[in-house]
Design a binder for this molecule. Structure first.
Ligand code: FHN
Length: 500
């Protein structure tokens, strides 16, 4: 009770804390010490190898779009900023504390009556995403406020009741699919203003009845989305951390089965459901619950080993936090194209996809800062995407110069830290069967000199190949060295170690 009271006083802080706590499943994994009998574990086999999943693996870069009623305020209302009063711009409905406008929730819940994005053009968004190099996109069909951007038969709180009226989900799915970009639908389970939703596990018969109605409603909406938009490739679930949902493991297990049966090939991440011991993302025996690990939100794994060979994606905001439209970026660190390209290559080098978030405004325009970044990333991708699409983690010692990716016997090093002496050292395990035998700059195919150089470092483990960068070659962004791997011409000699 005391905690609740303290939390009520410090709502913004508590929200952020609570919000941050969802990340606990990421990081190096602890292996379970005992094996449990589990009935509601994974449904799909580990590491699916069907075409849909292989396609997912090859994307490299994706786009996330958070759009909904929260785009109208854009993290402020009548000149007052919600920063510090709401956990994020798309959380503005929960704005509280001294800066919150009077009757704010009532104002927010009526904002849909003004939603009429006159500039919205899904084809324009799709073109921008394509030019940026995105191969898939994730679109918010409904966020935590419960407002549906499609005309759902199961609620009145939908796009059909706005002055805009038209089905936005359909426009997005059609435009992106036509542009060759795969579409995944974001779907928040939790709904703040649905009278049948509750965060705690239902206790009384009346609560159980209401929550049961909510579960049926969720099922109906998901089946409706699959009926309406059969082109989609998967769902990206969110808002699944509450006790009520965690206790519904039998229902969610059956629902996942039903969705997969209805839509063969469907891809679902690890955020949808938990096992009967309330273990989320990974079941109590450490097995992934879903087709890919979906916990990397605004953070990246530090080491490939943390991933245990699982597929994964990382979703990233441009401002520190805030997924929906945030009109005012001043005073916030907003990531640069260099930051984002670095994160993209770090993700891909560890076998993951990197998904960059955009939050369009209430009229359907991207933030000017997002337009600028999309253009800059697109320019970089036009020269370097060969090192991104369809590449996998390369089993070479980590380089301090950048990130490796690999496709067959082609090795890519995306260089972020150019050595001052222009000598790029590639460490290769001693007696490794594949070593760099030729190299070129990916952006202009200029051939580079490769020489074996036993540097005497790391004597027992690695030997080195040195690639010389031409002094005349200058670049103000990261660049890629493309290498062909082949058999070493000479076996690395074991030098004698002096006694130490
Ligand atoms: O609470 C949401 C948040 O608003 C946003 O949608 C992100 C996107 O990954 N997910 C949630 C928190 O995990």
């Amino acid at each position: 009770m005391k905690n609740l009271f303290t939390c009520a006083l410090l709502i913004p802080f508590c929200l952020i804390n609570f919000y941050g706590a969802f990340g606990q499943w990421t990081g190096p994994k602890q292996k379970p010490t005992e094996k449990k009998e589990i009935k509601y574990g994974p449904i799909t086999p580990p590491h699916r190898t069907d075409d849909d999943m292989n396609r997912f693996r090859a994307y490299g870069l994706g786009q996330f779009i958070h759009w909904g009623i929260y785009a109208i305020p854009g993290n402020e209302w009548e000149g007052v900023s919600a920063r510090g009063g709401a956990a994020a711009s798309e959380w503005i409905r929960s704005w509280s504390g001294p800066t919150a406008p009077k009757n704010w929730k009532r104002i927010y819940d009526n904002l849909y009556k003004q939603f009429n994005p006159k500039d919205f053009d899904a084809k324009r968004w799709a073109k921008q995403a394509k030019d940026m190099g995105a191969k898939y996109m994730i679109f918010t069909t409904k966020h935590h406020d419960g407002f549906a951007l499609w005309p759902s038969k199961y609620t009145d709180y939908t796009i059909a009741k706005t002055p805009y009226k038209k089905d936005i989900v359909k426009e997005v799915v059609d435009a992106y699919t036509a542009a060759g970009i795969d579409v995944y639908l974001y779907f928040s389970i939790l709904e703040w203003n649905n009278p049948n939703y509750m965060g705690k596990a239902p206790q009384t018969d009346e609560e159980k009845k209401r929550y049961d109605l909510f579960l049926q409603y969720t099922r109906n909406q998901l089946l409706e989305l699959l009926d309406n938009y059969p082109q989609i490739k998967g769902f990206w679930f969110d808002g699944t951390w509450d006790q009520s949902w965690k206790r519904s493991y039998e229902f969610t297990y059956n629902l996942e089965k039903e969705l997969r049966e209805k839509h063969p090939g469907l891809i679902i991440g690890s955020r949808f459901r938990n096992d009967e011991f309330e273990q989320r993302h990974f079941d109590s025996n450490g097995r992934l619950l879903g087709d890919y690990e979906q916990g990397w939100e605004r953070k990246l794994p530090a080491a490939y080993e943390w991933l245990n060979g699982n597929d994964w994606d990382a979703v990233m905001t441009i401002p520190p936090n805030g997924w929906g439209y945030m009109k005012d970026w001043t005073g916030l660190y907003t990531k640069t194209a260099d930051d984002l390209i670095d994160m993209l290559m770090q993700s891909v080098s560890m076998g993951g996809n990197f998904v960059l978030n955009f939050g369009p405004d209430g009229q359907g325009n991207m933030h000017p800062g997002e337009d600028k970044l999309a253009k800059e990333i697109g320019e970089w991708m036009r020269l370097n995407s060969e090192a991104v699409y369809g590449t996998v983690h390369a089993d070479f010692p980590v380089s301090k110069l950048g990130y490796y990716t690999q496709k067959g016997t082609t090795l890519y090093l995306t260089v972020f830290n150019r050595p001052v002496n222009d000598l790029v050292r590639i460490a290769v395990p001693k007696n490794g069967q594949l070593v760099p035998i030729s190299a070129e700059l990916l952006l202009n195919n200029q051939q580079l000199m490769v020489a074996h150089s036993d540097m005497g470092l790391d004597l027992d483990k690695n030997t080195y190949y040195t690639i010389t960068l031409p002094k005349a070659f200058q670049s103000d962004r990261a660049f890629v060295i493309k290498m062909q791997l082949g058999k070493p011409t000479k076996k690395a000699e074991k030098l004698m170690d002096a006694k130490m």
